[in-house]
Design a protein around this ligand. Structure first.
Ligand code: SDX
Length: 430
């Protein structure tokens, strides 16, 4: 028996269907609300509003559960790799060996950029924000169609588009770093696997190939895998919104990169390091930071803390906190910022302000410590988040594109502006 909820307003009432997910989540289908009652809903930030049904990622914020296509993030963190998780998210299952080998070959084939991209890089100032470059260059991919792209079947075109984005976003990121350092671009090496190839393009020098240690490659694989998707977050909602107008996948992902840039979203990992460094340098004490966050001094927030969905621990933060200890130990790195982070976490978790609001460390709180230890510059942290999130954006875009019930995203509003009034010629205005 289909479940419904009754809504009564003045002399009107409507039975709204209740949709139940496979994990017991309940949603009110308000598709007929406006036509039946003239009412719309109002929910700034969409904290109570579902935009879609999805099979990709499941989060239980109260229990700290995160699963990609049903597989717990803890198992994927322990056993999988970023490239395998990318396939899982996009195609809905773990790849068999032939599928994984084919996907890896596509990533190798699509790693290089058209030589004309160099002129685009040269057009940026050397200190241009890497996220601005990344968004612009991902959009520019659409300006360089693959040879024979027009003859590809829709299935072939999608998997090549996906491989192209996942592979090239890494090359673009590395090139933007090299440009900022005044160093020559290092081309992708087809013999290197995904993460090692990125580190090669970032840190090799002509005639002096950078060989990243297995510990560093594993650490970066873990970071990218943990960032790969997170259901309907701000940037995933952006990729769906832009994709709903039938914009191409590169433009949709370029828009998602722009959304991720914000300090309340992916930009938080850089803001966490800046906050930890300010505390470490002595400008601000940990207690000061906690006090400013509680008082909202100049809008200050404890960056890396809090989450719209997780009202308990973020499972990714728990994994990254353990990984930080392990990676810094393996690399023999002593980073005082890790001690500052731990001190902040302990203070916040004992403070009623944070406890009452259920504010816990999120994915961004410890990720920067690890990226710093493996040599990634702070201004590239959000770029790394974008590289990790690319498979998730692609999976969300495809699911929305394949949904027969999908429509162009076009929310309503409640108008609170001026009522009708007449035009006044300029010489009669006050
Ligand atoms: C990511 O959505 C996702 O899934 C995102 C993400 C992903 O994988 O895609 O998980 C990645 O973006 C993680 C979040 C990274 N951002 C930060 O770490 C920035 C700091 N955190 C916040 O600004 C905030 O917690 C958000 C943006 C993460 C969540 O914002 P909400 O859900 O809109 O919560 P809110 O702003 O309404 O806050 C509720 C209360 C407020 O206090 P009151 O008005 O009730 O008194 O909690 C307070 C806020 O002031 N609060 C904080 C705080 N976060 C919330 N106070 C101090 N420090 C903070 N970090």
């Amino acid at each position: 028996m289909a479940r419904t909820a009754k809504l009564t307003f003045e002399d009107r009432s409507i039975d709204l269907p209740v949709v139940e997910g496979t994990e017991g989540e309940l949603g009110l289908d308000i598709g007929k609300l406006r036509s039946s009652t003239g009412l719309i809903t109002l929910d700034p930030g969409y904290g109570n509003t579902g935009s879609c049904t999805s099979e990709i990622t499941f989060i239980d914020g109260e229990k700290g559960i995160l699963r990609y296509r049903g597989i717990p993030i803890e198992q994927l963190a322990k056993h999988s790799t970023f490239v395998e998780v990318a396939w899982l998210l996009i195609f809905g299952k773990l790849p068999n060996r032939a599928e994984l080998d084919d996907f890896r070959e596509r990533l190798v084939r699509n790693a290089s950029l058209h030589e004309a991209f160099k002129h685009h890089f040269e057009g940026f100032l050397v200190d241009a924000p890497p996220m601005a470059i990344l968004s612009a260059m991902v959009n520019t991919i659409a300006c360089f169609p693959r040879h024979g792209e027009q003859d590809e079947s829709p299935e072939e075109r999608f998997i090549e588009d996906a491989a192209q984005l996942i592979s090239k976003v890494r090359t673009i990121a590395a090139h933007s770093y090299r440009r900022s350092m005044g160093l020559p671009f290092i081309y992708p090496d087809p013999k290197l696997p995904y993460v090692a190839n990125f580190l090669h393009m970032m840190f090799s020098m002509p005639y002096d190939t950078h060989h990243a240690s297995p510990e560093v490659v594993d650490a970066l694989n873990l970071i990218l895998l943990l960032h790969a998707d997170h259901e309907q977050n701000c940037s995933a909602s952006t990729v769906r919104t832009v994709g709903s107008s039938l914009a191409n996948i590169n433009a949709s992902c370029a828009a998602a990169i722009a959304a991720l840039w914000g300090p309340l979203h992916g930009g938080a990992n850089m803001a966490v390091l800046e906050m930890l460094e300010a505390i470490h340098k002595g400008g601000v004490s940990a207690a000061d930071a906690i006090k400013m966050a509680k008082e909202g001094t100049d809008g200050f927030r404890l960056m890396g803390f809090g989450h719209r969905v997780y009202k308990n621990f973020d499972p990714r933060a728990r994994i990254l906190k353990a990984a930080a200890d392990k990676v810094l130990g393996q690399l023999g790195v002593k980073d005082p910022l890790l001690d500052v982070a731990r001190q902040l976490e302990e203070m916040a978790l004992e403070d009623p302000y944070f406890v009452e609001r259920k504010l816990y460390p999120n994915v961004d709180f410890y990720s920067g410590i690890i990226m710093r230890a493996i040599g990634i510059p702070t201004n590239m942290f959000t770029v790394l988040f974008a590289i990790g999130r690319m498979p998730g954006w692609i999976a969300q875009w495809k699911e929305q594109r394949d949904d027969p019930k999908s429509r162009i995203a076009r929310p309503r509003q409640i108008y609170i502006g001026a009522n009708e009034n007449d035009y006044v010629p300029i010489d009669q205005r006050p």
